[in-house]
Write a protein that binds this ligand. Structure first.
Ligand code: AMP
Length: 279
């Protein structure tokens, strides 16, 4: 595995790969787990060579968020990726991502609004800007993103289409622990007791999805689910909403393919999850 730390080095290494096959990119913030590795495995199916980037992007963290505390384990990450036959690990320096005088912002309206965009102002500008840069740096044939960050995937699909970026975007299903908790780098923040409670988030989504597909009213189902989460110890709940699976428009009845999305705090940890709900 080649580890690239400068843009010149990255470009030379990618050009070499492209001479004999298609390239897939998996952007991450590191502290890798099986969720990230599932993206790498899908990437290996979608292309001949896999490039993984690790960059903890300051621009997508709010002023009171966990940028400094965010877990970092570069050597372990590199070992995991090496074992997965990743061709290039791209570790962009901050001054390549945000050079002196950096003044450009990619901002996506519509799908960025509400949900995590409402709870974390500026977050999706940070995501869209950094992902645009990563796509232009690596110029992959395909890039893979997890459905764990469902709104992020929708935002990325939107600007890639709007800007005619020549890359295919592939979403990958959420990888979960055996008890249903969606894998996340932030799960290391959970205390033992919180870790025991955490799977209730997914269970509540599953039960709500079942109620909705059985014809229960959406507002009532969402209110019940929120009450159940609060009883279990979650709170505050940033959002628990039924949205159109494609454009993320708010829905008040299950009349087309939808996604039920939640973000809630458990102690000091903010957990997100989502589930497909089909009429
Ligand atoms: P992150 O390092 O948290 O920015 O995540 C990098 C990529 O991995 C994003 O596309 C995430 O959606 C994806 N990802 C993170 N956790 C999971 C998971 N449990 N299942 C599937 N994809 C995931």
């Amino acid at each position: 595995m080649h580890i690239a730390r400068t843009l010149d080095d990255l470009r030379t290494a990618v050009a070499r790969l492209k001479q004999n096959g298609a390239v897939a990119l998996v952007p991450t913030m590191g502290a890798l787990h099986e969720g990230h590795l599932a993206l790498v495995d899908e990437a290996a199916k979608a292309a001949d060579h896999v490039v993984v980037s690790i960059f903890v992007n300051p621009k997508q963290f709010g002023p009171n968020e966990d940028l400094d505390a965010y877990p970092r384990q570069p050597e372990r990450d590199a070992d995991l990726l090496r074992a997965r036959n990743v061709a290039i690990l791209w570790l962009p320096p901050v001054d390549v991502m945000y050079p002196q005088g950096f003044a450009t912002n990619i901002s996506v309206s519509g799908v960025s609004e509400g949900l995590c965009g409402g709870a974390r102002p500026g977050h999706f500008d940070g995501v869209a800007t950094v992902v645009t840069k990563l796509l232009l740096q690596v110029q992959p044939d395909v890039a893979l993103f997890g459905e764990k960050d469902y709104q992020q995937l929708a935002v990325i699909r939107r600007f890639v289409a709007d800007l005619n970026l020549p890359v295919a975007i592939k979403g990958v299903a959420i990888q979960r622990a055996e008890d249903g908790l969606a894998l996340s780098s932030r799960n290391v923040y959970l205390s033992e007791t919180e870790r025991d409670t955490a799977p209730r988030l997914h269970q509540t989504l599953q039960d709500a999805a079942l109620a909705l597909t059985s014809g229960a009213s959406a507002p009532e189902t969402l209110a019940n689910a929120a009450a159940r989460l609060e009883e279990a110890g979650f709170g505050p709940i940033d959002y628990l909403e039924l949205r159109d699976a494609g454009d993320l428009a708010l829905m008040d009845a299950l009349d087309r393919p939808a996604r039920l999305l939640v973000a809630a705090r458990l102690g000091r940890t903010r957990l997100i999850d989502n589930i497909a709900v089909t009429p």
